[in-house]
Design a protein around this ligand. Structure first.
Ligand code: PMV
Length: 331
């Protein structure tokens, strides 16, 4: 083990991502290995910026998120940093400062961009040179969806089946510029969610009668989603993404006690998006463990999607984004 007397700093930025074919459920909670693979898109306009300052004077890690000390999140952050410190053979504690440019913990994938940025910033601070796959495996242990934010554009996460979790990582599926889809996010609350995805997944897996069907149906959905993306077939992607999203929510809603992540505005947005598509506008929805609705549309359709969602009761704000790059260090 080596300890340096100087502070060493690493900075990184990572885009949020959300899944079109969802991850819901864990095969191994300790290693945070998902029960199913997933396919996502990484966003350009919603991101986390993180700095990691290794400081030999610190007795323990510190976390400041959006300008506020977050001791309640420190355990997960320290566990992730420990994995990187082990690789670098150092024990120095770190001051982590992180900012999201979008609402935190409200189902907008802040843990995905957060842990991807943390891994890249810590890698730089520790002077490690990891492969993208190693970064993805490390980010996964912080948050399953973070493994995907390491990469840009369309990304596939493999659930893997090895006991050590080393075949559970994400990989690029299609470059962002190869199919420049756009996203309109209808923000229907800015509050942090009541039941996080980690406990929501456990509750679904242990009490929903639909959970087993969700898991066994996933390889077929992944195949259809992957093929639709490779063929740039918007209609096929729209159908499978909405189907897969609603199956995930069916597994959550049928848990005991039930998990209803939606509010009234969520449902209004779903109907508005389906009406638009029936009228020929290339758009579909997806929803994660929160009430926000993500409308994915073909280039050029965004103004119509924004116009339809803006006026709906309960829609507080619209965020828009193109597809973005993978996580990277910043000066
Ligand atoms: O990475 P986590 O533990 O926040 O779980 C993410 C779960 C969903 O967002 C609901 C689905 C997904 O694939 O991102």
């Amino acid at each position: 083990m080596t300890t340096s007397s100087k502070t060493r700093l690493g900075r990184a930025r990572a885009g949020a991502n959300f899944a079109l074919i969802k991850y819901w459920g864990k095969a191994d909670a300790r290693l945070n290995v998902p029960a199913v693979g997933s396919i996502s898109i990484t966003l350009d306009a919603l991101f986390t910026e993180t700095s990691v300052a290794l400081d030999p004077n610190l007795a323990s890690d510190e976390l400041t998120l959006n300008g506020r000390r977050r001791d309640e999140d420190l355990e997960k952050i320290s566990a992730c940093l420990d994995l990187l410190r082990l690789k670098a053979e150092v024990t120095t504690r770190a001051a982590v400062t992180s900012t999201n440019n979008f609402p935190t913990g409200a189902g907008l994938a802040s843990s995905a961009s957060g842990f991807a940025a943390l891994v890249c910033a810590a890698e730089a601070a520790l002077g490690l040179e990891l492969t993208p796959r190693e970064r993805s495996i490390l980010a996964r242990q912080g948050s399953g969806s973070a493994a995907r934010s390491i990469f840009g554009g369309f990304v596939e996460m493999h659930a893997g089946n090895s006991a050590d979790g080393n075949d559970s990582f994400a990989e690029p599926l299609l470059d962002k510029d190869a199919w420049p889809l756009e996203v309109v996010i209808a923000v229907t609350t800015k509050a942090e969610k009541e039941v996080g995805s980690r406990s929501g997944m456990t509750r679904s897996a242990t009490s929903s009668p639909y959970y087993a069907a969700w898991v066994t149906g996933q390889p077929a959905d992944l195949r259809v989603g992957r093929d639709a993306i490779r063929a740039r077939d918007f209609g096929a992607l729209a159908e499978i993404a909405e189907h897969n999203c609603l199956k995930m929510h069916a597994a959550a809603m049928s848990a005991q006690p039930p998990l209803v992540y939606w509010n009234g505005a969520t449902v209004e947005c779903m109907h508005a998006i389906r009406r638009l598509r029936a009228g020929g506008v290339p758009v579909f929805f997806t929803i994660d463990a929160g009430p926000q609705v993500k409308a994915v549309c073909a280039p050029g359709a965004r103004p119509k999607v924004e116009a339809a969602l803006r006026g709906l009761p309960g829609v507080l704000e619209l965020l828009t984004s193109r597809l973005g790059p993978g996580a990277c260090t910043t000066p």
